[in-house]
Design a protein around this ligand. Structure first.
Ligand SMILES: *Cc1c(COP(=O)(O)O)cnc(C)c1O
Length: 361
């Protein structure tokens, strides 16, 4: 029986990815060699890297004046690497604090220079993203998180600014159309929406590469990494291949445009059920900021929380416990989570409501 996996990340990937990856580990495309024993400098891997970049460029319509990098390490590494490259103790960077990951990025930047937090959602428990703030023109850059994986909020409008705009898209990359040219850097670890853990995607405007602080180690220097086309040292070969498979799958599904429509349908259905169901309440009140990737909700009766998790698990619905000990539920509806799984969760919620014999809020 199918398990419906709503995990926040690493998260469900398409069966196509699992099957092809398993074959590639045993015998990569009839070469008689495992993908894991092939040199990262071989023509075989060069072809993988090239196709991964090509497909990502096509799927996101990445302009030619942007470099595309596939780098070891997760988004958290870029929390440190971005200020390391672009912030000094004489400059200041602006950050929007919209949740846990945004504040991690802020804390890492403080090691390199001054940080101005232009606004924070902390006082509202991050259930809303502040939209009124001023980004100082002298900022080295402005950093924000487009989708707050833990709180289930998302910012759909791109902030307007004259300074380089940097966006962490770890939990919504490839889920909906974006205009890459509005940004100077878009980065994401892939394990939520685009592949197996171990690699992050960094899309960076070439103009910005010229501004990298040269006095940092090569292995962290975006300019050096771009010059070597992600092959400065051994890249995470398997994670990159898993990303390629994911991109192949996504294109076979009609690309970002089609998946965006499906993501809208999936999240609409679930939010509707949360509103209808007498046992649950959505965590994010501002409808225009509700995430389509991570749907967060609470049990109206706290004593139902563990009971519902167990009830769901018995019906093959897993991964809906909220991050760490934040309480409540989070259902992650990434690209690879199909409509059938969303419907399964909804019927479990309905069944639970009947089971509890509670029909009024
Ligand atoms: C998961 C996540 C991260 C952290 O990613 P790692 O790969 O664990 O470093 C950062 N930002 C966002 C928005 C995330 O969802």
């Amino acid at each position: 029986m199918k398990i419906h996996n709503f995990s926040g990340g690493p998260a469900v990937l398409p069966d196509f990815v699992y099957n092809q990856a398993a074959d590639a580990i045993k015998n990569y495309q009839g070469t008689g060699l495992s993908l894991l024993e092939i040199s990262h400098r071989s023509p075989t891997f060069a072809a993988i890297l090239e196709e991964t970049e090509e497909r990502l460029r096509r799927l996101l319509s990445i302009p030619s004046n942007y470099a595309v990098l596939f780098l070891a390490g997760g988004a958290s590494q870029h929390f440190a690497q971005i200020p390391m490259n672009f912030l000094t103790n004489k400059t200041e960077a602006a950050y929007l604090d919209s949740g846990v990951w945004a504040s991690h990025a802020i804390n890492e930047a403080k090691y390199y220079g001054n940080v101005q937090v232009v606004a924070t959602g902390k006082m509202q428990d991050y259930t809303a993203i502040p939209v009124d703030y001023i980004i100082p023109d002298a900022s080295a850059y402005f950093h924000y998180t487009s989708n707050n994986t833990i709180y289930g909020t998302a910012l759909y409008e791109v902030p307007k600014t004259n300074v380089p705009l940097i966006c962490d898209r770890s939990s919504d990359i490839l889920s909906a159309k974006i205009e890459v040219s509005s940004f100077d850097i878009v980065y994401a670890s892939v394990q939520k929406n685009a592949g197996a853990a171990g690699v992050s995607i960094v899309v960076i405007k070439e103009d910005l590469l010229a501004r990298v602080n040269p006095h940092i180690p090569n292995v962290f220097n975006y300019n050096v990494l771009a010059t070597h086309k992600s092959l400065y040292n051994t890249p995470p070969v398997f994670a990159i291949y898993s990303t390629l498979l994911n991109l192949q799958w996504l294109e076979s599904q009609g690309g970002v445009e089609e998946i965006e429509k499906l993501n809208q349908i999936k999240s609409d259905l679930l939010y509707q059920e949360i509103e209808r169901n007498s046992l649950f309440t959505g965590r994010v009140c501002n409808i225009s900021q509700r995430s389509k990737m991570n749907v967060t909700f609470l049990a109206n009766h706290p004593e139902h929380e563990q009971e519902f998790l167990d009830f769901a698990a018995q019906r093959q619905v897993i991964g809906i416990k909220q991050y760490a000990n934040y309480g409540g539920f989070r259902a992650s509806l990434y690209n690879a989570l199909d409509l059938e799984s969303v419907k399964a969760l909804i019927s479990v919620m309905q069944e639970f409501e009947v089971f509890k014999h509670i029909t009024t809020k």
